[in-house]
Design a protein around this ligand. Structure first.
Ligand SMILES: Nc1ncnc2c1ncn2[C@@H]1O[C@H](COP(=O)(O)OP(=O)(O)OP(=O)(O)O)[C@@H](O)[C@H]1O
Ligand SMILES: [Mg+2]
Length: 284
């Protein structure tokens, strides 16, 4: 059953950046052999785009990213149906290190810096798959510092004692050290003050426009994600309930009501009858 509701008014895709980088096709994910979490998720990331993967707690955003970057096994999870292709190549059987070598790097939820290492040592760990010379490493560090001047200031500080925002920057900076084509970014806004969140999304946009790094970005913060993303998918209960250009999603009445809090009453579910009534109208 196709439960996706495409947004009809989406403009045609930009032909210049039309190539599909990541193609997730109908994946099902099961944890511990019994817990069915993703129930046929399909999504695409086109080259040079920022794609937001939105949804409430437990919707399956992190699971989707883990499926792509092959980090499910450590969580006793597996992809039991569907396919994942990166640049036309099936990637389900590759290791996370194989993926990093192909340019796909994940920044995990909760930042995960090595607390006892300095910021600079953390960044250097991101380059280990690259086999860089000393001069190349120095250039890679300078590139990260150009995007994150705060990290340069804090380069010798022990990561565990830096702020949450600096740790998030460190985690993204470390991913950048691997020279990625695509970054899977899990919940970058988590626990951070709005101003810092804005700063981090601004850097994501810079990386995207200057280096053409594509992003698949999981976020509960629909507001900010839709402002910075090109395209968006809304997951609910392991299914994509809506997809489209970010600008269209941001002005969509259902998204406004259910995810942007621009309506009275408590947050409801897309499964409410009202949603289905509207969805039928779109499909008519
Ligand atoms: N290792 C695991 N074992 C069993 N169930 C899991 C595991 N990891 C996640 N789940 C379950 O899968 C569902 C989706 O979780 P997931 O972490 O993908 O959601 P999410 O959209 O990232 O949520 P959040 O916004 O809270 O990060 C949840 O019901 C969760 O309890
Ligand atoms: Mg998550």
């Amino acid at each position: 059953m196709n439960t996706t509701a495409p947004i009809a008014s989406s403009p045609p895709a930009d032909p210049v950046s039309d190539a599909v980088l990541l193609d997730v096709n109908g994946i099902e994910v099961i944890y511990n052999h019994v817990i069915l979490v993703l129930k046929g998720v399909s999504l695409r990331v086109r080259e040079g785009r920022i794609v937001a993967l939105l949804g409430a707690n437990g919707a399956g955003k992190t699971t989707t990213l883990r499926a792509v970057s092959n980090l499910l096994r450590g969580e006793r999870g597996e992809v039991t149906k569907g396919q994942i292709e990166y640049r036309g190549e099936r990637i389900e059987r590759l290791t996370p290190a194989d993926l990093v070598r192909r340019g796909v790097v994940q920044v995990m939820e909760g930042r995960h810096c090595f607390a006892h290492l300095s910021i600079e040592e953390n960044l250097l760990t991101g380059a280990y798959t690259q086999r860089l010379s000393r001069a190349e490493l120095a250039a890679a560090l300078e590139r990260v510092y150009a995007y994150f001047p705060r990290l340069k200031q804090r380069r010798t500080s022990q990561a565990g004692y830096t702020s949450g925002g600096e740790q998030q920057m460190c985690a993204i900076g470390r991913a950048l050290m691997a020279n990625p084509r695509m970054i899977l970014l899990d919940e970058p806004s988590m626990g951070l003050a709005p101003q810092i969140v804005e700063e981090i999304f601004g850097i994501v946009r810079d990386l995207n426009s200057r280096e053409r790094v594509s992003f698949l970005l999981a976020e509960q913060n629909t507001h900010i994600a839709l402002r910075y993303a090109d395209d968006g998918y809304i997951l609910e209960n392991g299914r994509v309930m809506m997809e489209g250009r970010a600008a269209d999603l941001a002005t969509n009445e259902d998204v406004k009501e259910f995810y942007l809090g621009i309506a009275s009453g408590e947050r409801k579910s897309f499964r409410d009858t009202k949603f289905y009534r509207r969805r039928k109208r779109w499909l008519a």
